[in-house]
Ligand binder design. Structure first.
Ligand code: NI
Length: 169
């Protein structure tokens, strides 16, 4: 087990469409373990494999409803199959520094996925947990929560990051 480095915007790996997983082997298990450890250490409520530089369709989330609870779920090849309603909730991202913003999402989603043994599963969730799953599944398609903001907000953020990066050089 080891903590992995979380890639930050504008790393190009975050923009790739991640590959489907077909091998449910020990290396997948090890990667998921690293991701779980990295997520809780950050701390965050979700992490997608591309965020640690692995462009494959794997996400880990903390599904606990409790403030400090830990109920880890690992989803392989997750896909949203149904959506219902809308909600707007404040989001941030471990790969997008110094920004939180309200994002409009579906209120309820059904997600089909495979578990760590390759077994097909389905899950219907609402509210905050639905937000987390939509956010993490977006990562697998190269989409960041930034992309859901207005053009103006996005442009301002890009400008700020450019300045920060220039200052570091
Ligand atoms: Ni994120």
């Amino acid at each position: 087990m080891s903590l992995r480095t979380i890639l930050k915007f504008p790393d190009p790996i975050l923009r790739q469409k991640a590959k489907k997983i077909s091998n449910f082997d020990a290396s997948l298990q090890n990667l998921a373990t690293d991701m779980i450890e990295t997520m809780y250490d950050a701390p965050g409520v979700g992490l997608a494999a591309p965020q640690i530089g692995e462009s494959i369709r794997l996400i880990v989330v903390n599904a606990s409803q409790e403030e400090d609870g830990e109920e880890t779920m690992v989803l392989v090849n997750p896909e949203i199959t149904e959506r219902e309603g809308t909600q707007a909730d404040e989001e941030g991202c471990l790969s997008v520094l110094d920004l939180t913003a309200s994002v409009k999402r579906s209120q309820k989603v059904t997600v089909s996925y495979q578990d760590m043994t390759g077994e097909s599963q389905e899950l219907t969730v609402e509210d905050r947990f639905a937000v987390i799953l939509q956010h993490e599944i977006d990562h697998l398609n190269g989409i960041l929560f930034l992309d859901h903001l207005s053009t103006l907000k996005r442009a301002l953020y890009k400008k700020k990051i450019k300045k920060l990066m220039a200052a570091k050089k």
